[in-house]
Design a protein. Structure first.
Length: 371
């Protein structure tokens, strides 16, 4: 539901009931991930998409029915078959498991609080029970970025604390997920399947080296949703004017900045200076941090010399294996803009376990679970 947070926040402010259809499981080449939602209000206005167009008509009608009947949540499955693929099936060959429920903002004020946080670009999570005892299906609970639990229909249940703990953990990890809970008489007696919708803060892209390639990469990173920082020790080059797409431009020694800034498992570190004075202390530190990606620009000759110097600094082989250098995928890139696409393509491939090969040369599912 957080993919349409802005509109849902407005509907909650207006106390406008709506039906929410949410993808709770996908298999095959389903186009959109778990947690993606469509919402339909009482006037038939719709927002969002769960299939890229394949089943939107059928989902819209199911939402209208659930909203009108004011009954319990309904489960629907959409898959591929020769008979109905172009009617209500997925022409791409995937399968979607969808839960549709009626939301009345007046009775679930915590949803409005969570949606307000997300609309304001602040982190929040909403846990939604999608399977379990009939009385709990559709129950929700919200966790805000400061780990506080908003008033929720689920909070009063014996299982509420277990759900809240898991939602808090998913929020810290920054990942929407379908989780199973229950079976423990002391903490969560009911067996539940809970979809935890997460809107985390933007992942960070740290670009070291205030060069032309950094300007193009900062633009590409911003387009992909990263919070981009450009850092360089030379104040004449590290200026906001040269990097208008960066969220932050910092003048500091790269390793000193990295040592004191906040990173997590989604952070991409891109070293574009190809100057050993900056690169070696920076990479020595970066390769020890729990970040998603560490890449360094330079020729193969520069890379070999860089590895030699890092080994002299005591960097182990398993740490060196994390280094993506020369940086980027082999796209034949030459310009800064092409190189930025090459780098971001490699970052995407690493995040989603992609091969980097043309899809025409691969088999099996196009979409993979996140690494």
């Amino acid at each position: 539901m957080l993919n349409i947070a802005d509109t849902l926040h407005r509907w909650c402010r207006e106390a406008r009931p709506f039906a929410l259809a949410t993808v709770v499981d996908v298999t095959g080449s389903a186009p959109l991930p778990v947690g993606t939602s469509v919402a339909v209000d009482e006037d038939g206005n719709a927002v969002g998409s769960i299939s890229g167009g394949c089943v939107e008509g059928a989902v819209h009608e199911l939402c209208r029915q659930v909203l009108h009947d004011q009954g319990p949540p309904q489960r629907a499955w959409f898959g591929y078959s020769d008979d109905d693929a172009f009617a209500v099936g997925l022409t791409c060959g995937g399968e979607l498991d969808v839960v549709v429920q009626r939301i009345d903002p007046a009775t679930q004020p915590h949803l409005g609080a969570a949606l307000a946080e997300v609309a304001g670009d602040r982190p929040a999570a909403v846990a939604q029970v999608v399977d379990g005892p009939d009385a709990l299906i559709g129950a929700t609970l919200s966790v805000l970025g400061d780990s506080s639990i908003a008033d929720a229909t689920l909070a009063a249940e014996p299982t509420g604390q277990a759900v809240a703990d898991r939602a808090t953990a998913q929020l810290r990890a920054g990942r929407t997920a379908l989780v199973s809970l229950g079976g423990d008489a002391d903490t969560c007696p009911d067996r539940l399947c809970v979809l935890v919708h997460v809107a985390a803060t933007r992942p960070r892209m740290l670009i070291f080296g205030a060069v032309d390639f950094a300007a193009a990469l900062s633009k590409a990173g911003r387009f992909l949703g990263y919070r981009v920082t450009v850092c360089d020790a030379r104040p004449v080059f590290a200026t906001a004017t040269r990097f208008p797409h960066a969220d932050e431009v910092t003048v500091d020694w790269p390793h000193r900045y990295l040592e004191h800034t906040e990173v997590d498992g989604r952070t991409a570190v891109c070293v574009l200076t190809h100057d050993a004075r900056f690169d070696i202390p920076l990479l020595r530190l970066a390769l020890d941090l729990p970040v998603a990606y560490v890449g360094a620009m330079g020729s193969r000759r520069t890379h070999d010399e860089r590895l030699r110097l890092l080994r002299e600094q005591g960097v182990t082989e398993d740490r060196l294996a994390r280094l993506r250098s020369p940086i980027g995928l082999d796209l034949g890139a030459r310009t800064p803009e092409e190189t930025a696409i090459s780098i971001t393509a490699e970052i995407i491939a690493r995040a989603h376990r992609g091969t980097g090969r043309p899809l025409t040369c691969t088999t099996g599912p196009i979409h993979r679970a996140p690494a």
